[in-house]
Design a protein around this ligand. Structure first.
Ligand code: DGY
Length: 317
């Protein structure tokens, strides 16, 4: 029987399935393992079912026991794993695409609505009972007729585009390559980032974190946006230079932000907390019972496929 380390606590039905299939080392206290603890705990294991909270950088990967052959990441993103280091060690890395597209796109839309319609301020006032209706009270930005720029038209970007279009938004996008006409949903393609940003009344960041996208939204690129733009991020915090974005909020170059992901989670730059116009969530993208169950099942399927055939269709390195 293969031995698997599962680094974070999963939903009960997923842990039961794992127990039936493997000699499994579960994390019942849901402790956040340090790099050293993760290495120690994986001793004698054939694979690791990891989470986005595990920092599997080159140093950690190089110190994993020889017996580890697969890192099955419980996420669609894999910015927490050094893919090259894993490849050099002959360890395959897999992810969980598709199953979280709908749930994450829902949060992407919530970020757009929350930031544009001043939800943070509204919630705070309603809870404190210190508001009264007036014609100009908490006036926000209407989505209908507003241009939405999607940075990264992958599965999640496309689903956000589809919902946003039904809300009357006008969709633009930037990708490395243009989608075929039937996959574009009438969205306008921008070959370069500058061109997309220059028409984005609202920006939705949906691209994966990588060396190329790290700090892509920075002091220089923020200037391409129209004054008073709204920025939302449902992808990864590494794509945004926080200091530059907070400065843009301070200068009102940016009207509001809607964020679900941050650099150095679970911490976030305290500069965001000072802004009433920051609508912030604690990385809830895939947080529904259906989606988390499906994600863990797919991470287990990936292990199964790999141990049976030596291959996996969701291999990313
Ligand atoms: C992912 O899978 O990358 C999501 O961010 C999880 O919520």
């Amino acid at each position: 029987m293969k031995k698997i380390l599962v680094t974070r606590k999963l939903l009960q039905s997923n842990e039961d399935r794992l127990k039936n299939l493997y000699d499994v080392r579960l994390n019942s206290n849901d402790e956040l393992y340090s790099e050293k603890k993760l290495i120690d705990m994986s001793e004698g294991c054939d694979g690791i079912l990891s989470a986005l909270t595990d920092n599997l950088d080159a140093k950690t990967i190089n110190n994993l026991p020889e017996s580890i052959k697969i890192l099955s990441n419980f996420a669609v993103g894999f910015g927490n794993i050094d893919l090259d280091a894993a490849k050099k060690r002959n360890i395959i890395v897999t992810n969980t695409p598709d199953v979280l597209t709908d749930a994450t796109a829902e949060i992407g839309i919530l970020l757009i609505l929350g930031a544009c319609r001043r939800a943070s301020e509204g919630i705070e006032s309603a809870r404190a009972s210190n508001w009264k209706w007036s014609a100009d009270y908490l006036i926000g930005k209407q989505l209908t007729g507003t241009r939405l720029g999607i940075l990264g038209m992958g599965r999640i970007g496309k689903k956000i585009a589809k919902i946003a279009k039904s809300l009357g938004m006008i969709i633009h996008y930037h990708n490395r390559s243009q989608l075929s006409t039937e996959k574009e949903y009438d969205a306008t393609y921008h070959k370069d980032l500058k061109s997309l940003l220059s028409i984005s009344d609202v920006l939705s960041i949906c691209c994966p974190a990588s060396k190329e996208t790290s700090n892509m939204i920075n002091k220089e690129t923020l200037e391409f946006l129209p004054r008073g733009a709204v920025i939302t991020n449902v992808a990864r915090g590494d794509i945004v230079d926080d200091e530059a974005l907070i400065d843009a909020l301070n200068r009102r170059k940016v009207y509001a932000v809607g964020l679900d992901v941050y650099k150095g989670e679970p911490n976030l730059n305290p500069g965001y907390l000072k802004h009433k116009s920051a609508f912030i969530l604690p990385h809830l993208g895939s947080a529904t019972k259906e989606t988390r169950t499906a994600m863990a099942n797919l991470a287990i399927d990936n292990l199964e496929e790999f141990f049976k055939s030596g291959k996996c269709k969701n291999k990313v390195n």
